[in-house]
Design a protein around this ligand. Sequence first.
Ligand code: ATP
Ligand code: MG
Length: 159
Amino acid sequence: MKTLELGQQIAKILTGGSILALTGELGSGKTQFTRGVGIGLGIPEEHITSPTFTLIQEYPATIPLIHIDLYRLETHADIQSLGLSEYFQTPYIVIIEWADRMQRALPSDSLRLQFSHGEHHEVRVVDIQGTGSKSRESVNRLNALLSQNPDNDFPRISR
Ligand SMILES: Nc1ncnc2c1ncn2[C@@H]1O[C@H](COP(=O)(O)OP(=O)(O)OP(=O)(O)O)[C@@H](O)[C@H]1O
Ligand SMILES: [Mg+2]
């Protein structure tokens, strides 16, 4: 399964208020995955980018998407000054790249997706975990959805 497609599939099981915390090295597919979620929500693929200075982008959709990229943030104080907790109260879908930069301030109930490069150049691995009851239900729904397609060996899902 491709990174974009995984995002599209996950979009089917997300609900307003879902928070996705993405971690993983440079180029491991976090933005690509976010594009996939966007496509699943009806946002054109090319709209979702990683501009150099924009930390937070909002995309209108049936369930609006908030895309946050913390790569350029250095300190905990910087992160606090963004007031991200506001976004965690909304009925939007929130995706955070480089979520490990705000580890302590992440909502306790969120979907954690750890991206990494696989053994081969073209391969990515995603480890998916739910840390609370809402996100665990999302993981269950995702498992059920992906198990309908037998050649879905891409994400590794743990609870
Ligand atoms: N499963 C995959 N197989 C092959 N290439 C992939 C896969 N997933 C993503 N890529 C490619 O890897 C490159 C980097 O992806 P992407 O920009 O999504 O990474 P990122 O994790 O957001 O990186 P950054 O940390 O710089 O934000 C892109 O060219 C993308 O097309
Ligand atoms: Mg990125």
